[in-house]
Design a binder for this molecule. Structure first.
Ligand code: GLN
Length: 542
């Protein structure tokens, strides 16, 4: 029997609902349960793929090729359960599906309405998860009180009524702001948020109260009284120094126990939190610190590189090192010498990205890493930058560029119009729609014998997630190889370069995929472990 946990948010956005859901998932797993996490997003985009990372943060790509909300990244990192496209939906997707059915004539004679047509579609999304886990945790994006969230709240209210209260529990995440002049945490916004939720017919079973300091018993009592709850169901969720401490912290406050109590589960299985204890121990007591420069474009909003930041931290955990990240706006190098910014850095990383802005600066960062023997890691666009740098500075192809940035003399990077997926040819025209048309999701790659990459993966065949439209042009392969660039990973048909490395450099790797999406604190990605290890060696030299 699948049980459902609905997680809503109140008072303000950015309370870490996604993280809270992921941590609760990890705690239930630690008790031996199978979990599945999913997210309902109230915005109108069909998926976040077309949104700017400045607005929405990173787009998380699943193995099955869906562009999803970054919270799915948290879910996967905390539970190890690979996220699926069917774990995320949006208002836009729900309406698209209902409206296309309306056009087809599936509802002939009926007036299409939010209730029941939209709410039924939302409930179907949740029902689809039946039987896939012991607990399905379903996060509702946005904040209670937003117009956009209403159909979702109505749908989960109906859902709970239909499956029965013993199979659906509501967790509401709220904020207790500290008012310095009063010297206390305020409970009123929480009371109002719960009142609002109750006006939709939802009575939260558990409150997860975010606060920046200890919540006194008196305040807990007050919230419990106003919100019709047992005090033990008012759970303090204090700021943590590391996100990986959150499962331990929530457990100590009784969250998982209270969730099971709300379901009426009597025989609560024991739990094993040793993996989280080990991770937290390594984070808190690193043996050394290394500095990595990320030369990118979305450096103001670190959520844009969420999975990347985490994967680097995982590489650090594996090496007992603290990884300090220095975000550098790529455009800086277009006017300034990179030396003062990079000379005390132990590893340089150019992450994925889109569009022309900052490209010349990224190419300079590659050149600096190559010439100074500093470990270089190029991810997706970062690999393309490394190829352009080699073409221009080593092969003498001065006009080398990518057609992504406009017509150029030498299209060393060009648009892909066809590739093979699951033995079938995928084709795109140059004018195809932008949404959901990239080469997306998991694709295999074959690694060359005795290459650095083969050593890192300890395997000749790998599978990694992709999200790109452009690709290294094979016409230039021989010329580039003549200058020390090795194509050490290719698609199985030998047509698409997936990995490059340099034979004359201690650690120089570019990958056309996004390895950061699959890294977990308890299962760090080998590329990040190896990159941080190389950076550690570099730190002993500078
Ligand atoms: N903009 C490049 C492309 O579409 C790289 C994409 C990325 O870095 N994810 O190929």
């Amino acid at each position: 029997m699948t049980r459902y946990i609905f997680i809503t948010g109140g008072v303000v956005s950015s309370l870490g609902k996604g993280l809270g859901s992921a941590a609760l998932g990890a705690l239930l797993q630690a008790r031996g349960y199978r979990v599945r996490l999913c997210k309902l997003d109230p915005y109108l985009n069909v998926d976040p793929g077309t949104m700017s990372p400045f607005q929405h943060g990173e787009v998380f790509v699943t193995d099955d090729g869906a562009e999803t909300d970054l919270d799915l990244g948290h879910y996967e990192r905390f539970t190890g359960v690979p996220a699926r496209g069917s774990d995320n939906t949006t208002t836009g997707r729900i309406y698209t599906s209902v409206l296309s059915r309306e056009r087809r004539g599936d509802y002939l004679g009926a007036t299409i309405q939010v209730i029941p047509h939209i709410t039924n579609e939302i409930k179907d999304f949740i029902h689809e998860k039946e039987g896939t886990a012991d607990f399905v945790l379903c996060e509702i994006g946005g904040t209670v009180g937003d117009i956009e969230s209403l159909p979702f709240l109505e749908a989960i209210r109906q859902f709970s009524n239909e499956v029965g209260a013993d199979r659906a529990v509501f967790v509401h995440v709220t904020l207790l702001p500290y008012i310095p002049t009063a010297g206390e945490l305020k409970t009123k916004p929480t009371q109002h948020s719960v009142k609002e939720l109750m006006s939709y017919g939802i009575r939260p079973d558990i409150l997860l109260c975010r606060a920046d300091r200890n919540i006194e018993a008196e305040e807990r009592r007050k919230i419990a009284l106003f919100c019709n709850l047992d005090e033990r169901k008012v759970i303090p969720a204090l700021d943590a120094s590391s996100i990986y401490e959150v499962p331990l912290q929530y457990h100590a406050e009784g969250l998982d126990h209270q969730v099971m109590d709300s379901f009426g589960i009597k025989d609560i299985p024991n739990l094993d939190l040793s993996i989280w204890e080990d991770i937290v121990h390594r984070i808190k007591e690193p043996e050394t610190t290394i500095r990595i420069a990320i030369v990118g474009k979305y450096t103001d909003l670190t959520d844009s590189y969420k999975s990347l930041n985490e994967a680097l931290a995982h590489g650090g955990i594996a090496n007992n090192a603290k990884v300090e990240l220095k975000f550098i706006e790529a455009e800086t190098f277009e006017n300034e010498d990179p030396t003062p910014h990079l000379q005390r850095i132990h590893g340089i990383l150019v992450p994925g990205g889109f569009g022309e802005r900052g490209v010349e600066g990224k190419i300079k960062a590659v050149q600096y890493a190559r010439e100074h023997n500093i470990p270089y890691f190029g991810i997706c666009l970062g690999m393309q930058m490394a190829v352009i740098e080699a073409a221009r500075n080593l092969c003498g192809i001065k006009g080398a560029s990518s057609t992504e940035f406009g017509a150029c003399d030498d299209d060393v990077i060009g648009m892909m119009t066809e590739w093979v997926k699951d033995n079938k040819l995928e084709e795109r025209s140059k004018n195809a729609d932008k949404g959901g048309t990239m080469r997306l999701g998991a694709y295999p790659a074959m690694l060359s014998k005795d290459s650095l990459i083969e050593k890192i993966y300890s395997s000749r065949e790998i599978s990694e997630r992709h999200r790109h439209r452009y690709e290294v042009n094979m016409d230039y392969k021989d010329t580039l190889e003549g200058q020390g660039l090795i194509f050490s990973g290719m698609s199985p048909d030998g047509k698409l370069p997936e990995i490059i490395e340099r034979e004359d450099h201690p650690w120089f790797i570019g990958v056309q995929f996004h390895p950061e999406l699959k890294s977990k604190p308890f299962d760090p990605h080998p590329l990040f472990v190896s990159f941080i290890e190389a950076a550690l060696k570099q730190s002993r030299l500078v």
